[in-house]
Design a protein around this ligand. Sequence first.
Ligand SMILES: Nc1ncnc2c1ncn2[C@@H]1O[C@H](COP(=O)(O)OP(=O)(O)OP(=O)(O)O)[C@@H](O)[C@H]1O
Length: 251
Amino acid sequence: MIQIENLTKVFKSGTDSEVTALHNVSFTIEDGDIFGIIGMSGAGKSTLLRCLSMLERPTSGRILQDGVDLAALRGRALIDAHRRTGVVFQGYNLLMQKSVRQNVAFPLRLAGAKKADADARVDELLELVGLADKADAYPAQLSGGQRQRVAIARALATRPEVLLCDEPTSALDPLTTGQVLGLLRSINRKLGVTIVIITHEISVVRSICNKVAVIDAAQFAEGGRTDEIFDRPKSSITRLLLGTEGGLKHA
Ligand SMILES: Nc1ncnc2c1ncn2[C@@H]1O[C@H](COP(=O)(O)OP(=O)(O)OP(=O)(O)O)[C@@H](O)[C@H]1O
């Protein structure tokens, strides 16, 4: 379980200018959820994901993973926490000079895995994401959807309990989007991995997220079960986002 408690993140740029990217945000992600975090551009979604992945430190407030405050971790405990949380970045962040196999093996080699063990794990992961035949290809030779699958395989390499995905389908066509979302759903079901998806697309949340948190201008607007929130939206921002469904994606 991940408890986000009064999370605030302020970025200081220069001496007297600051941006509050998140203000007093609180909600809980349960084990096994496919949890959507939705909001307009600039709402603070990526900042939230960066705090969840320990790439940013909260200015105040806490993120508790199974009761442990992530900001308080040091040394071995911090490394373990990173291992337990996989991240799929927007734009995939693949190493372009390395093959698919080397990309997926990268976190395993960093963790000190032996080559034979890493190879076996990579084979298993490429099988899982349907890219067994692309092990020796380079990212430039792959489609967007295939690159996204490599990024997902790499994020799963260390057997994380939580997979954080930043806009996993925003660069993909509708058919490929459906395939990537299907893969995420099967990872959640087969491996029991909790999945957190950052998106600005209502259709993504509707199609796979059982729960949702709506973020508006750095604040938590509303959250809960996706069907309930979308059937009876309380906040004007949720109504606005629902109004964009199916039409304005490329506007
Ligand atoms: N490193 C930073 N330094 C200063 N300001 C930042 C930094 N990162 C984010 N911000 C600001 O914080 C606010 C929230 O940004 P964030 O990227 O979290 O939004 P977002 O909801 O993910 O937007 P998008 O959907 O466009 O990616 C914005 O005003 C942004 O300019």
